[in-house]
Design a protein around this ligand. Structure first.
Ligand SMILES: Cc1cc2nc3c(=O)[nH]c(=O)nc-3n(C[C@H](O)[C@H](O)[C@H](O)COP(=O)(O)OP(=O)(O)OC[C@H]3O[C@@H](n4cnc5c(N)ncnc54)[C@H](O)[C@@H]3O)c2cc1C
Length: 386
């Protein structure tokens, strides 16, 4: 089995820092959060921006993810968010996430980014009584937020997703599927064209008082934005491990047999660890499974076999009309906030954004953080202030 399905994580596209520099805004981390931070600064008219990445752009969680850009939350459910923060605040978060999907779609078009972007429906599938109860609750919450959801049962579900295992499902429109590594790299090239100075293989070693030390030189800055994912040592953030398997290329007949001719993305509704998946741009079946709380050191290249076995069993059960061999498998970590909302801290000098758990939520939240950094109002003011 191979590990690098989306592309070569070691392929650098940007220079490393070669000498000491100055900047107004220093962004640390070349994942979706850091890239989006640079984008929102540009959109607010800021021009003097440097982004540093310790390895290569997209080499963290972002480029190892499944690339299912779906509105949702890893840290909580909409039902709970409405209960704890109120309907208008939850709706604002939902709207901000929808805008993040629009932003990615527009950016890919404007930047001519080749990343296999397809608008796809997303199915949340329930196979037991507990999952069905959760799904029902979520469905009414989604309806309250005027989201584009519909429910599926019986024949309608069998047409969409014929696996016997599931009894009901929620279908959401307006999500996109991408190759996440290509998206991140294309996004970075787009930002560079708009004047952002990007340095790969440039690791932040320390930062204080407007002075950052990297492994290749010093950077003097006015404001620093930390988007370092699992590398951020913060007691409010927890790393989780999840694993993805990708099969051989399927034929059109096979895709039809498993109900994925229309390339829907899917996940099963489980409380913590859950299976998720989609059809890739080159017609392979991708299935992921996690999350496992992970506290010991993780290094890329490691594949968590218990997750792989769970995925193999899921594929055998749910897609039992085909026998697709797994050709790629890899595990990776992502950062999750320990509380209901992602971690956002906006100080005089330093901003920290982390733990949103999904790419779309990360974009929505960093948009809020950058507005606060610049002293502007944002639709998420009440949510984060409440
Ligand atoms: C296997 C897997 C599947 C997933 N699937 C999905 C999915 O389908 N959809 C979805 O929305 N989300 C998914 N996620 C979650 C999603 O990938 C993350 O929530 C999101 O990408 C986090 O982005 P980020 O920019 O905050 O972190 P990262 O992408 O990890 O970026 C942080 C970057 O900071 C860099 N960095 C760290 N320390 C330093 C330093 N000292 N100096 C310079 N740079 C530094 C790192 O190298 C890294 O590139 C998945 C995650 C995994 C692991």
């Amino acid at each position: 089995m191979h590990k690098n399905f989306w592309g070569d994580y070691n392929a650098a596209s940007f220079d490393r820092l070669a000498h000491d520099i100055q900047t107004q805004y220093l962004i640390v981390g070349g994942g979706i959060t850091g890239l989006a931070a640079a984008y929102f600064l540009l959109e607010h008219g800021e021009k003097d921006i440097v982004l540093i990445e310790k390895h290569t752009i997209g080499s963290g969680s972002t480029g190892h993810s499944a690339g299912m850009l779906v509105t949702g939350m890893e840290t909580s459910s909409w039902t709970h968010l409405i209960r704890t923060h109120g309907l208008p605040e939850a709706r604002a978060y939902w709207d901000a996430q929808n805008r993040a999907v629009d932003l990615i779609t527009a950016l890919v078009e404007e930047g001519h980014i080749q990343c296999d972007l397809f608008p796809e429906e997303h199915l949340r599938l329930a196979g037991n009584a507990v999952a069905q109860k959760q799904l029902l609750q979520d469905f009414s919450a989604h309806k309250m937020m005027h989201s584009r959801v519909s429910d599926l049962e019986g024949e309608k579900l069998a047409e969409e997703f014929p696996a016997d295992e599931f009894e009901s499902a929620e279908r959401t429109t307006k999500n996109v599927s991408v190759n996440p590594l290509s998206l991140a790299r294309g996004f970075a090239r787009y930002l560079q064209k708009r004047g952002v100075r990007i340095f790969e293989h440039t690791e932040l070693l320390s930062a204080a008082g407007g002075h950052a030390q990297t492994n290749h030189g010093a950077i003097t800055y006015s404001r620093i934005v930390r988007c370092m994912g699992v590398s951020e040592k913060d007691k409010h953030i927890q790393p989780f491990l999840t694993t993805i398997c990708v099969t051989r290329v399927l034929t059109t007949k096979e895709k039809e047999a498993i109900g994925l001719l229309d390339n829907d993305m899917f996940e099963d509704v489980e409380t913590r660890s859950y299976h998720y998946g989609k059809i890739t741009g080159d017609n392979r079946l991708l299935v992921g499974y996690g999350d496992t709380k992970h506290t010991s050191g993780f290094t890329y290249g490691y594949t968590h076999l218990p997750h792989v076995h769970s995925i193999e069993r899921f594929i055998a059960r749910v897609f039992d009309t085909i026998t697709p061999n797994i050709e790629y498998a890899w595990s990776a970590e992502f950062a999750l906030s320990k509380s209901e909302l992602p971690v956002v801290r906006v100080g005089e000098e330093e901003v920290l954004v982390n733990g949103a758990g999904t790419q779309i939520a990360s974009i929505a939240v960093v948009s809020y953080a950058i507005s606060k950094l610049l002293g502007k109002r944002h639709v998420l003011d009440e949510l984060f202030g409440s």
